[in-house]
Design a protein around this ligand. Sequence first.
Ligand SMILES: Nc1ncnc2c1ncn2[C@@H]1O[C@H](COP(=O)(O)OP(=O)(O)OP(=O)(O)O)[C@@H](O)[C@H]1O
Ligand SMILES: O=P(O)(O)OC[C@H]1O[C@H](OP(=O)(O)OP(=O)(O)O)[C@H](O)[C@@H]1O
Length: 209
Amino acid sequence: MSIPLTIAMPKGRIFEEAADLLRTAGFALPAEFDDSRKLIVDVEAENMRFILAKPMDVTTYVEYGVADLGIAGKDVMLEEERDVYELLDLKISKCHLAVAGLPNAIRDEVAPKVATKYPNVASSYFREQGEQVEIIRLNGSIELAPIVGLADRIVDIVSTGQTLKENGLVELEHIEDITSRLIVNPVSYRLKDERIDEIVTKLASVLEG
Ligand SMILES: Nc1ncnc2c1ncn2[C@@H]1O[C@H](COP(=O)(O)OP(=O)(O)OP(=O)(O)O)[C@@H](O)[C@H]1O
Ligand SMILES: O=P(O)(O)OC[C@H]1O[C@H](OP(=O)(O)OP(=O)(O)O)[C@H](O)[C@@H]1O
């Protein structure tokens, strides 16, 4: 019998692509995995337990060791700076982090307001640029902020660009390309390295294939 593993999966838009990838790599995930509202799904055939978390929380579950492995967006890893190792770029849920704003806005404020769900990423980005800004943390619908005058700019995820376009905003600066990553708790990796390496090898062969 293999060593049991707990894997933190992000609910929401990454879930389906991540589940497809795991199945393609040969893991026998049951149909109930996709459809149920359960937050813990045991897959006995694989000796795996999946915990279904909010995408922003996956790195937290892995850092605290309640999950050995996790699938998290690079954006979450940059924002949360948790003590986890990145094992593999899964190349799913591709998007990028960007600065956006209204076109032709006059940018002469001393400390422009920047609305974002990513306050740490935004702070370090503008610090590196040598620009002083005031960060306003929001939880979603970030594109609303410049339209209603809450902020001068936003830092947010862009994928197709449709949300920016439909709200009359333009991308001003590209911060970083984002994909989802396989992450591991450092202690789990020491104790369960063989089992984890087997999983990495299976996933890597799909990604390379
Ligand atoms: N438009 C997008 N296209 C592709 N990937 C995206 C996009 N927006 C976010 N992502 C990726 O998916 C993750 C977020 O997924 P999702 O939108 O399901 O969660 P969420 O932002 O917590 O949403 P909600 O708060 O509405 O549940 C991000 O961490 C990022 O890596
Ligand atoms: O470039 P696009 O393809 O339009 O995608 C970008 C949008 O997707 C994400 O929002 P999400 O749908 O997660 O909603 P949220 O605003 O509640 O975070 C992101 O925050 C952007 O708003």
